[in-house]
Design a protein around this ligand. Structure first.
Ligand SMILES: *Cc1c(COP(=O)(O)O)cnc(C)c1O
Length: 353
């Protein structure tokens, strides 16, 4: 059968998204302007924060957050190994020392005990990505007393106990890259309750018309992106509803498969940005089989950070990297695609093989 390929990920773009962008284009005001300010306010309000600073990417959001916290050479920042290099890049951009730690399985989130073991007098922050949409152990991490930068790039709309993720860090960062939960093509946001920290971020993202010289960047968001972001934000509840509904179906259908499925718990509302499973062995042969069936699954992290840094240890990250398979899950999957994914996964991971 000649099936069309189901991509691993695909943005949900609607006619209202297109309208909102063309309106900006027609207005002629296309760079950073009033729509960026409006998006910052609306986004901050959505997550119960006082202030927002819209920026050009999740990476620039992390970089400026570290700068605002005055983190510099000689300081240490704790980060997990099982995450994209954007997080490592941000720490290196300010000249601080990255301290990479292991994760928990099967949440794939930074291990709070490992963070505690890594603490020293030089530790100035911990960056906590809520991996694949599942909230990290925020209470344990906040209890360390070290400033927590929440990385919500994959967790827009998740909840930890009664809190929205993005409402808990001293600063909380977001990414609006094309395949994230909501998108502006490229873009990012920092939320916080300190006017001083957010002012520093707003100052540093724009180099022009400043009295005093300090190193600044061009990390601005445009009104074109902000218009798209605002409209996407208005669809967030729908997107999450769709994601969770598809995830419940997958969890039900895959319960007898030889896969370790994502964890569900009362206190962690998962948005299933990625439906990440642990295969019974090395992921590659399974990924190839699924690809032959025109279903594009992926390793959810290209390479763990400790590999790039030539460090050893990290048994959970190693296991995750070898065995993880991310199964396509996004709001724009149609019923037929969902059926094909379920049939393929059940065939390949049936316990009877
Ligand atoms: C995508 C992502 C980033 C980086 O965001 P960009 O907008 O691509 O720069 C950072 N952290 C996590 C956890 C991400 O998923």
């Amino acid at each position: 059968m000649d099936y069309q390929t189901i991509p691993h990920s695909r943005p949900s773009l609607s006619s209202s998204d297109i309208r909102s962008v063309s309106q900006v284009l027609r207005s002629g005001q296309i760079s950073q302007g009033s729509l960026v300010s409006a998006f910052e306010k609306k986004f901050a309000r959505t997550f119960g924060r006082k202030y927002g600073a819209a920026v050009s990417s999740g990476t620039s959001a992390l970089h400026l957050s570290l700068l605002a916290l005055n983190i510099k050479a000689g300081d240490e920042v704790i980060i997990p190994s099982f995450v994209c290099t954007a997080v490592l890049n941000a720490v290196n951009a300010v000249g601080a020392q990255p301290l990479v730690v292991d994760i928990d399985l099967p949440t794939y989130n930074i291990s709070a005990p490992a963070v505690k073991r890594a603490l020293s007098s030089r530790t100035k922050a911990v960056i906590v990505p809520h991996m694949f949409g599942c909230p990290a152990d925020m209470n344990e991490l906040l209890d360390t007393g070290i400033p927590v930068i929440e990385d919500c790039a994959q967790a827009v709309g998740s909840r930890y106990r009664e809190h929205k993720t993005g409402s808990l860090g001293i600063l909380s960062v977001f990414s609006f890259y094309a395949t994230k939960v909501i998108t502006c093509g490229e873009g990012g946001m920092v939320l916080g309750d300190s006017g001083e920290l957010i002012s520093k971020i707003k100052d540093r993202k724009d180099y022009d018309q400043k009295d005093k010289y300090i190193l600044r960047y061009n990390y601005k968001m445009t009104d074109i992106q902000a218009a798209l972001g605002m409209n996407q934000l208005s669809h967030l509840d729908n997107f999450i509803h769709r994601r969770r509904k598809i995830a419940r179906r997958f969890l039900r259908e895959f319960k007898d498969c030889s896969l370790i499925l994502p964890v569900q718990s009362e206190e962690k509302i998962h948005i299933y940005y990625r439906f990440v499973t642990l295969a019974p062995g090395e992921a590659s042969p399974y990924l190839k089989k699924l690809q032959k069936m025109n279903i594009m699954c992926r390793r959810p992290v290209f390479r763990p950070l400790h590999h790039y840094l030539h460090l050893s240890g990290f048994p959970h990250t190693e296991e995750a990297w070898h065995r993880c398979i991310s199964i396509p899950l996004y709001p724009s999957l149609d019923p037929n695609e969902i059926m094909r994914i379920i049939a393929a996964v059940k065939e390949i991971f049936s316990d009877k093989q």
